[in-house]
Ligand binder design. Structure first.
Ligand SMILES: [Fe+2]
Length: 471
């Protein structure tokens, strides 16, 4: 490890493994044109931006729980005519502005919320003890670029990553939505959910292709639950709700705000796209952060996802290894079948987004192989990208060796028709040199030499979710 402080490093230090090593936040915002291509070449017809968000606290946190605390920072690589440029910016949330004025962290973190000193707030400023960091995801819809948090208002950004304001979706007030939202393949509507830690009611929102809220309906669950992602098919919204239950009273007594209650089992809600004909099913307890995709096949709904045997938070959390699974359910017969697709532990599954809610054969996931010898390996540490055929389980892997990588994002080639005719974009960081590359893989055969390896002008911390915004 290089111990010398690099220009992008924060001036503070934390022993939290998710704030150290390749997870260390960066403090510096820069713009660099004409990035160096280390190997391969940037395809001439690649035109658009790969963007990735992640928790990147500016000030030393008062408490920190990965991946639920932090400030958003978006790292973007813009492609045009075979060249690439880099820009990174904080998401300037209302809370971050308060902390910038104070010169230190003010919010206490999800697991240790604390009252906010009113003297630090402007009239009408954010007063909740929970910070909206907008650090989980980034998504483009209807010409709106959104930095997304968990069940809270998204922040609209410009394509050059200047923060505009909380997104209202044409409603006149900031609209809480989740970190993961899904496009309907026929109508182009964006479906989003918003849960409430103090209520068992989940809001399902339909936002039209221009970015205006068009419909909203409620799904009532047995208890207030954490729902990070959901499934959209051509005809249904499906919520798979593991028993990670909010307990605000316990939190006020100093306990955990979230409790794993396996006795309650996992609830599966299958609902029409307008909220009609809800079918509620019960399954053995398991938890899902992320779905790869879901689609209809006859009377069945196919769901490819990463299954956690349980849920836990905090530095000692050990919920057991998550694996790629396929769940097949038939709402009419109430049958549920589930099978593991891959034997390796994984997370952050992605597909070709153009086929969201339609049948897909391939899921792209990171995994951790034995070729990454340099530790430690806190959760969300990976060093390989795998392409999994969900029908056969056949897997091709690109092993990045001693480089740490995360979620692969699919970039379709212009005019592509085959599902895997595109590239996978992923940031990879050398934990010894503390340098990062953007690696572009050929999605048709990920095991080949990368299409291009582009050196980033500063380290890009291990983060969460990204997107491709094509031109
Ligand atoms: Fe996520």
């Amino acid at each position: 490890m290089t111990d010398a402080l690099r220009p992008e490093d924060p001036t503070w230090h934390s022993d939290d493994p998710h704030l150290a090593g390749v997870f260390t936040p960066v403090a510096r915002e820069i713009d660099v044109a004409d990035l160096t291509v280390v190997s391969g070449r940037i395809p001439e017809d690649l035109s658009g931006a790969y963007m990735r968000n992640g928790p990147n606290p500016l000030f030393q946190p008062l408490s920190y729980t990965y991946p639920l605390d932090g400030d958003g920072m978006i790292h973007a690589v813009f492609f045009d005519n075979g060249r690439a440029r880099y820009r990174n910016r904080f998401v300037e949330t209302r809370e971050l502005k308060v902390e910038r004025r104070a010169g230190h962290a003010v919010w206490g973190g999800l697991m240790a919320p604390r009252p906010i000193d009113p003297a630090l707030l402007s009239p009408g400023g954010p007063g909740s003890p929970f910070k909206n960091g907008a650090f989980i995801n980034v998504l483009s819809h209807g010409g709106h670029l959104l930095a997304l948090g968990e069940a809270e208002a998204a922040y609209e950004m410009t394509m050059e990553l200047e923060t505009l304001c909380e997104w209202t979706a044409g409603t006149g007030a900031p609209l809480p939505i989740g970190a993961h939202n899904r496009h309907h393949p026929v109508t182009g509507d964006l479906f989003a959910i918003a849960y409430d830690p103090e209520s068992p009611e989940v809001q399902v929102r339909r936002i039209d292709p221009a970015g205006r809220l068009a419909d909203n309906f409620t799904v009532r669950l047995p208890a207030p639950s954490m729902i990070h992602d959901f499934v959209l098919t051509e005809r249904h919204v499906v919520l798979l709700v593991g028993p990670a239950i909010f307990d605000i009273e316990a939190a006020q007594r100093g306990g955990s705000v979230l409790a794993w209650r396996p006795d309650l089992g996992t609830t599966i809600a299958v609902v029409g796209l307008d909220g009609s004909a809800p079918t509620m099913l019960e399954a053995d307890p398991f938890f899902v952060y992320h779905f790869a995709n879901g689609f209809e096949r006859g009377s069945s709904i196919i769901i490819d996802y990463v299954r956690h045997p349980a849920f836990s938070l905090g530095p000692d959390g050990d919920d057991g290894a998550p694996h790629l699974h396929r769940l097949v359910l038939d709402p009419a017969t109430r049958q549920i079948r589930d099978a593991r697709i891959s034997d390796f532990a994984t997370e952050f599954p992605r597909v070709n987004d153009r086929l969201e809610a339609r049948a897909t054969c391939f899921v792209y996931v990171p995994q951790l192989t034995g070729t990454l010898t340099r530790g430690p390996h806190p959760s969300a540490t990976f060093n390989a990208i795998s392409k999994v055929d969900t029908e056969t389980g056949a897997t091709r892997t690109h092993d990045l060796g001693e480089r740490v990588a995360g979620e692969p994002v699919f970039i379709p080639k212009p005019g592509a028709s085959a599902e895997d005719d595109g590239y996978l974009a992923v940031f990879a960081t050398d934990p010894a040199a503390m340098t990062s590359d953007l690696v572009l893989l050929d999605a048709a055969d990920v095991s080949r030499e990368p299409v291009a390896v582009i050196r980033m002008p500063q380290r890009v911390p291990q983060g969460l979710h990204g997107t491709w915004v094509g031109r």
